[in-house]
Design a protein around this ligand. Structure first.
Ligand code: ARG
Length: 457
């Protein structure tokens, strides 16, 4: 059944129908479509545009359709163009003429703008819960690992000692920004387009403030042309999802490296790993690799919608139907990745002993050895040169700075005394870094307190 058959004399070509139809994917928001229609008819009746009797029939019918779709007793069939046509057709079939009044003062343009917003808003709420779950997991990891020493890297070369808590804290910051980005988007998008009609509003005395309120919006949108043509909030969301994916991908990359036989900093739990069909020894980090790999499709969605929107004259154009599949896919992908990633890190074991050994054997305390000299009056540039000689000496002997004898130190610079060993121990190196944001325990504890308060908000 077509909503627009009146002015046509021929049947639609079957290929045209298939190409044009959106039912296969927009059925995803049947629930939101019905929710929007119920608010619409509630308002129509309040304004005296339809009778209370029709309103009750329509709402009863819509609730019945929703329940039947949920229980599976009603199935969506392909002859309908989109979910809006499907719902209206079934409604009219079930309740008769009253169903034909549902679309009074409404166009599919403002209807689809509303449905997509309602759907997206619900999904943003689910995404924020998932990001928050990950933040909680990271916070727990931080609290448990304030003295788990490990190398911090630059250029993937060991640089200075840090702790696992500090490393996890860097990701806490990233995902916390992601969290606030989602909340920002939700706030900015939360205005109701319903009542904008096809593009120029309607001649019916609609109460747009009222429908906006019924649907949990902060108010109605203020320009009917923009209302039906705006997909900025999807671009913002896909951008935020791209950033989340990028953060997950970076962490996965590290986990994949840490999980290698060469590093062995972590061991991914059996329940989150997979094997090889030919090599019996293998335990592969497939989940981390897949999350890293899926970043591509999320970026792809962002580029697609930006490109689709760039040439669209006001107001609604059918190009905009293309916003759906890619947005749905990106949302589902990121939700899946967040859930899997959180499960993977919560079940993963961290090898404290190996991390610590790696920090010790990587000259991560070389800066601190130079600082020791500076504290004993040696200019920094000279200290840098002296420690360079120490490192060279150690590389030749295959030992760490901590393993050099005092005489060997003194042979390179007489300034060194017995207290050098304490000055360059991993613990000292980390604990001396106590300005806010640094890995020292005292600094980290303050930051964790701030994070905890944030999480309770
Ligand atoms: N399926 C359409 C979409 O997703 C619904 C709006 C149709 N409006 C129209 N004027 N053809 O955009």
């Amino acid at each position: 059944m077509k909503l627009w058959g009146g002015r046509f004399t021929k049947e639609t070509n079957q290929l045209v129908h298939n190409f044009n139809a959106s039912l296969s994917f927009d059925q995803k928001f049947y629930h939101q479509d019905i929710e929007g229609s119920i608010a619409h008819v509630t308002m129509l009746a309040k304004q005296g545009i339809i009778s209370e009797e029709d309103r009750d029939k329509i709402i009863g019918g819509l609730n019945g359709i929703c329940a039947d779709l949920e229980s599976g007793t009603l199935t969506i069939t392909a002859e309908h163009e989109d979910i809006h046509s499907f719902v209206e057709a079934v409604l009219t079939e079930r309740i008769g003429d009253a169903g034909k009044r549902l679309h009074t003062g409404r166009s599919r343009n403002d209807q689809v703008a509303l449905d997509m917003k309602l759907y997206t808003r619900d999904e943003i709420d689910e995404l924020t819960v998932l990001v928050k779950g990950l933040l909680k997991e990271l916070l727990a990891l931080m609290e448990k690992n304030l003295d788990t020493y490990m190398p911090g890297f630059t250029h993937l070369q060991k640089a200075q000692p840090i702790t696992l808590a500090h490393h996890a804290g860097a990701y806490f910051e990233m995902f916390d920004r992601d969290y606030s980005r989602l909340l920002d988007i939700r706030k900015r998008m939360n205005y109701c387009p319903l009542g904008s009609g096809a593009l120029a509003g309607t001649t019916y005395p609609l109460d747009r403030e009222y429908t906006a309120k019924l649907l949990g919006f902060d108010g109605p949108t203020l320009n009917s042309m923009d209302s039906v043509a705006d997909r900025d909030y999807l671009i913002e969301l896909l951008s935020a999802l791209s950033t989340i994916s990028m953060h997950l991908s970076r962490f996965c990359e590290e986990i994949i490296i840490w999980n290698t036989n060469e590093y062995r900093f972590v061991e991914i739990d059996d329940s989150y790993s997979t094997g090889s069909s030919i090599m019996p020894q293998k335990k592969n980090p497939d989940i981390a690799e897949l999350i890293r790999g899926k970043t591509g499709r999320v970026y792809g969605a962002l580029i697609s919608i930006l490109t689709t929107m760039k040439g669209i004259p006001l107001a609604y154009n059918k190009d905009m139907q293309e916003d759906k599949e890619l947005t749905f896919d990106a949302i589902d992908t990121v939700k899946g990745c967040l859930a899997l990633f959180t499960g993977m890190i919560s079940s993963m074991s961290f090898r404290k002993d190996i991390m610590e050994l790696s920090a010790k054997n990587g000259f991560t305390n070389a800066t601190d050895a130079a600082d020791y000299l500076v504290n004993h009056g040696v200019p920094f540039r000279d200290a840098h040169g002296i420690v360079g000689q120490l490192v060279l000496f150690c590389i030749e002997k295959g030992i760490a700075l901590d393993d050099m004898a005092l005489e060997e130190y003194k042979a390179i610079s007489p300034v060194f005394e017995e207290d050098i060993y304490d000055a360059i121990s991993l613990k000292t190196c980390v604990e001396k870094r106590m300005t806010i944001g640094a890995p020292g325990q005292e600094a980290m504890k303050k930051v964790i307190e701030i994070y905890k308060r944030k999480m309770e908000e």
